[in-house]
Design a protein around this ligand. Structure first.
Ligand code: ATP
Ligand code: MG
Length: 326
């Protein structure tokens, strides 16, 4: 793969805060024109990693290139190629949405007329036209998030960093954000986003890096990651509890011995490495006269992915726990 095909090419990135190796040797390769998800719990090092890639923080070791340009030696060029959200804490709360976007446009060197036109186009694109004149302090969290993304798109950067773009958004607003991200990529942008939600990475990302305590602990497509934790689990509740033993026997017969059923109260849960086998299992249960009161298919949660990959739960870093002692 040539360097120009890589929007991000980072090797051995390290960032140390005091005694805390917040980012501890991260490698990342993001192909141009794709969505890349960095998935990890609070304190994993996601924001710190993005900040180094976006030239906002100097790495203590390692190197990174954005479309072939070194983030340290060519920071000016790199800044022209990227948009970063979550960095607009300095927007003026008393200014309206339009005024804020125009201000950013002017700061980026657009003429007054171009800045105004770009602001209006972006407000339209992000369904904020109705709120365009409202001062920012009256915006909801979801509106702020959309305005934040709009501001990062004024210069139409080829690479967009989105730091937890949907954390705290309601489901409808989250879906709108996902649509926007998909549209950006369809138009040729590359997106690197961080998230705490497996589901979000699953929906959007072509590839995912799972990071934990500053290290990449797994990398691959969503399907590869899920396969590594045993994909889905099938859960059933029986009409007649007396069938429990024969239900478990049926599961073993159909699925083989490496998918061991677990009784949980009056329900039985069994991991399904191959979702295709669900049908076989349900048919066989019926053949044997075992009737189901309820059945559901459960996807692994981020916690389960973490547990499977790291051997511990996705807990915040120790220094983020109130009252924790190092
Ligand atoms: N400026 C800083 N000074 C000192 N420590 C920092 C600083 N920024 C981050 N850290 C620490 O570095 C670690 C990684 O933080 P980071 O913000 O990158 O995590 P994150 O994955 O983005 O978490 P979250 O999901 O909560 O946003 C944490 O232990 C955090 O406390
Ligand atoms: Mg963060």
């Amino acid at each position: 793969m040539t360097t120009s095909e890589l929007a991000v090419d980072a090797t051995g990135l390290v960032k140390i805060f005091g005694a805390n190796r917040a980012v501890d040797g991260v490698d990342l390769s993001v192909r141009a024109g794709t969505v890349y998800g960095v998935l990890g719990p609070n304190g994993a090092g996601k924001t710190t990693t993005i900040s180094m890639l976006a030239t906002l923080l100097r790495p203590d070791a390692g190197s990174a290139r954005i479309f072939g340009h070194d983030v340290q030696k060519e920071a000016g060029v790199v800044r022209q190629l990227i948009g970063v959200t979550g960095q607009y804490a300095s927007v003026d709360e008393s200014l309206s949405a339009t005024e804020n976007l125009v201000l950013f446009g002017r700061l980026l060197g657009l003429s007054g007329r171009d800045a105004k036109r770009t602001a209006n186009d972006l407000l339209e694109e992000f369904s904020l036209t109705d709120a365009a004149r409202r001062p920012l302090k009256k915006f909801s969290g979801g509106m702020r998030r959309r305005l934040d993304l709009a501001a990062s798109l004024i210069s139409r950067p080829p690479l967009i960093f989105l730091d937890e773009p949907t954390t705290g958004l309601d489901p409808r607003t989250r879906n709108q954000m996902w649509d926007t991200i998909r549209r950006l990529v369809a138009e040729g942008s590359t997106v690197l986003l961080t998230t705490q939600y497996l589901d979000e990475a699953d929906q959007l990302a072509d590839r995912i890096a799972v990071i934990d305590t500053g290290r990449v602990v797994a990398e691959g497509t969503a399907n590869q990651l899920k396969a590594s934790v045993g994909t889905t689990a099938l859960q059933v509740r029986l009409v007649d509890d007396a069938d429990a033993e024969s239900a478990v026997r049926t599961m073993r017969d159909v699925l083989g011995s490496h998918n061991e059923p677990v009784a949980q109260g009056d329900a039985i849960s069994v991991p399904m490495a191959d979702a295709d086998r669900v049908t076989d299992l349900l048919l066989e249960l019926r053949n044997r006269g075992i009737h189901l009161a309820e059945m559901s298919v459960q996807k692994p949660t981020l916690d389960e992915v973490f547990l499977a990959i790291t051997g511990h739960a996705a807990e915040p870093a120790a220094d983020e726990l109130e009252g924790a002692h190092a």
